[in-house]
Design a binder for this molecule. Structure first.
Ligand code: NAD
Ligand code: DAU
Length: 354
């Protein structure tokens, strides 16, 4: 038995692969294109582990996927691979359409052709798990209840529109062809190995470098934060016991404004790595808002909690402390990836504030 993971060298995917192989003997075939966001260094501890089979390749390459499925006969596919950064989708949406929509379509077709040759028992046991986002539901007003699995799809950015499209494809492949799929829509993750283009690692990296901490607009936008290891346990639980065809919203019941997040990170840094020049809060800089910026996301996680008994292990206080420690202890990791392409991106996105 084995599982095929796509995007397993990215932030959540690499946490998932590391976690999986810590908990289970079952091999992982890890298909990742190694875009700017993919980093094999995350998986270095598995270098001599024969249970981790890494394949550099594109989910849009149907020949390669067919070959991997025939060769390794996985019992499940867990689909993380995506272009994932909203700001990049605003500057250049094409890669998002290609990977997130075409790539999911190609993967679904390969999975369907593979799965349809199984006998009935194997057909029943196979799973295609699609990893998606709360952003497909759009933006909430301050007094609206959190997103449930039946909330309307109202994606607002090229990224969320591409993820919404992929969710619809997954749903259709189940409804029309009977492919045994599950989908999870998760809130904002944070934790080790997150690429420092995203808010929390960007704030840590910039603070340590004495650079401005860019806050979009008024900084009062709300996200619902979940420690990445909790997302991984939720996906494992859905794989184990999730109902075929079902959607599960995953979140930490942890709504916070961006400015509160930044201030909490600053408090930790001020304690753990005080700067002789004074509190890192002096670096907070309000910058032009993200176009079409969603104001609030919040997840109602009662379905996965009640039906599958999943609960996050970390509170925001414990998770963010682990995260800040990890970045402080792994500054070489940050330094190695914040060269080249990253610098070009930061200059383009933040201009003088970079
Ligand atoms: P990431 O950008 O850190 O990693 C994406 C990975 O996919 C990278 O390793 C990259 O090399 C790989 N990849 C990209 N295009 C590919 C292609 N065409 N073929 C093969 N591999 C390709 O992303 P992440 O934050 O780890 O997100 C993983 C998944 O979880 C995504 O589907 C994302 O939409 C979803 N998600 C993310 C969050 C979050 O807060 N980060 C929250 C909810 C859902
Ligand atoms: O909600 C789940 C989504 O969370 C995932 O699907 C996406 O893949 C993931 O990137 C994340 O999207 P966000 O846009 O919410 O994450 P990001 O870290 O880019 O931004 C978090 C918030 O912080 C958002 O309101 C924008 C704001 N922000 C971000 C950056 C990078 C700033 O104020 N300044 C910044 O420099």
């Amino acid at each position: 038995m084995s599982i095929l993971v796509t995007g397993g060298a990215g932030f959540i995917g690499s946490n998932f692969v590391l976690d999986w192989l810590e908990q289970s003997a079952e091999p992982v075939i890890n298909l990742d294109k190694l875009t700017y966001a993919g980093n094999l260094e995350n998986l270095r501890s598995l270098d001599k582990d024969s249970r981790h089979i890494f394949v550099q390749g594109d989910i849009c390459d149907c020949g390669l996927i067919n070959q991997l499925l025939q060769e390794h006969t996985p019992r499940a596919i867990i689909h993380f691979a995506a272009e994932s950064h909203v700001d990049r989708s605003i500057h250049g949406p094409a890669d998002f359409m290609r990977t997130n929509i075409d790539g999911t379509f190609i993967l679904l077709e390969a999975a369907r052709n593979y799965w349809k040759s199984f006998d009935n028992t194997a057909k029943h046991q196979f799973r295609f798990h699609h990893v998606s986002t709360d952003e497909v539901y759009g933006s909430l007003l301050p007094d609206e209840p959190p997103f449930t699995e039946t909330s309307l799809y109202q994606p607002n950015s090229p990224y969320s529109a591409s993820k919404a499209s992929s969710d619809h494809l997954v749903r259709a492949w189940h409804h029309t062809y009977g492919l045994p799929v599950t989908t999870s829509n998760c809130s904002n993750n944070y934790g080790p190995y997150q690429f420092p283009e995203k808010l929390i690692p960007l704030i840590i990296a910039n603070a340590l470098a004495g650079k401005p901490l860019p806050i979009y607009g008024d900084g009062r936008q709300i996200r619902d934060w979940l420690y990445v290891a909790d997302h991984c346990t939720a996906i494992r639980r859905v794989l184990e016991a999730g109902q075929v065809g079902a959607i599960y919203n995953i979140g930490g019941w942890n709504e916070m404004t961006n400015i509160d997040i930044v201030q909490q990170v600053i408090r930790l840094l001020d304690t753990l790595r005080p700067d002789p020049a004074g509190s890192y809060s002096r670096l907070i800089t309000y910058v032009t808002d993200r176009p079409g910026h969603d104001r609030r996301y919040a997840i109602d996680a009662r379905k996965i909690e009640q039906q599958l008994g999943w609960r996050p292990a970390e509170t925001f206080a414990t998770g963010i402390e682990k995260t800040v420690h990890w970045y402080l202890n792994n500054q070489d990791w940050v330094n190695r990836i914040t060269s080249g392409e990253y610098r070009t991106w930061i200059a383009r996105q933040y201009g003088d504030c970079a």
